[in-house]
Ligand binder design. Structure first.
Ligand SMILES: [Zn+2]
Ligand SMILES: [Zn+2]
Length: 246
């Protein structure tokens, strides 16, 4: 599996990072559609696309509107969105209210339930509930014959999803706050550095890359990465436009 990071930040874009969007060209798959989705059109390898939405917060869905023009130009002819029913309802009711966006792209919306397994070619997509984020979110895992990739965005860390990500070759995990701001995790539903590193260690993943960082910080190291590496040495930051193989 090859993963193009089109947006590695959380909440809002800054000069360094756009918001959540990851493209897997071999699977014609997009994970979340934050502001980074504007980068998709030039990278498409197929006119068919499947999009998995982890939840309906704006930093994960607003880029759906950026797909209208690629669809009108024929760069995309078939787009299916997989998401929980409550996420689909929120997107239809709010994002594609004509008062908010004038033209609903011709998406097919397919409801999924946390725990579902879906076959995408030779890859199995599975999901797990992340109920500690306000409104709930979905963890996503892609399993092929020789690789396991897990995507855990917006959540407070919890031992509950460790079995879901156990032994992944690559874990992308949100890390919105450095430890100094850990008290903000509870009210905002996000994670901090030490807690995330403990999850990676307990799940015995091969490598962890940190995403969905606080956009107020544009430094090389918004999370205090050495703190994480003391607990889980194979921790790496993600930057926009990184491409990684699993
Ligand atoms: Zn988010
Ligand atoms: Zn969120």
């Amino acid at each position: 599996m090859r993963i193009h990071c089109l947006g590695s930040g959380g909440y809002h874009p800054n000069e360094r990072r756009h918001t959540a969007c990851y493209y897997l060209p071999e699977q014609n798959l997009l994970l979340d559609a934050g502001t980074g989705a504007f980068r998709l059109a030039d990278r498409l390898v197929s006119t068919e696309l499947t999009i998995v939405l982890t939840h309906a917060h704006l930093d994960h869905i607003c880029g759906l509107t950026f797909l209208l023009v690629p669809m009108l130009l024929g760069k995309l002819t078939s787009v299916e969105i997989l998401a929980e029913q409550k996420t689909i309802d929120a997107v239809e009711k709010h994002l594609f209210d004509p008062a908010v966006f004038p033209m609903r792209p011709d998406f097919k919306m397919t409801p999924i339930t946390a725990g579902d397994e879906i076959q995408l070619g030779e890859v199995t997509l599975s999901t797990s509930p992340l109920p500690l984020h306000p409104g709930g979110s979905l963890g996503v895992k892609l399993t092929s014959s020789n690789a396991k990739f897990a995507y855990i965005t917006d959540t407070i860390t919890s031992e509950d999803y460790i079995p879901f990500i156990q032994g992944a070759n690559l874990l992308l995990h949100e890390c919105y706050f450095p430890d100094e701001k850990a008290e903000w995790c509870e009210p905002s539903g996000h994670s901090h550095t030490t807690a995330v590193a403990k999850i990676a260690k307990a799940a015995n993943v091969q490598q962890m890359r940190l995403i969905h960082v606080d956009p107020q910080c544009e430094d090389d190291d918004p999370v205090g990465i050495e703190v994480a590496r003391k607990i889980f040495p194979r921790t790496v930051m993600v930057e926009d436009l990184d491409i990684f193989e699993v």
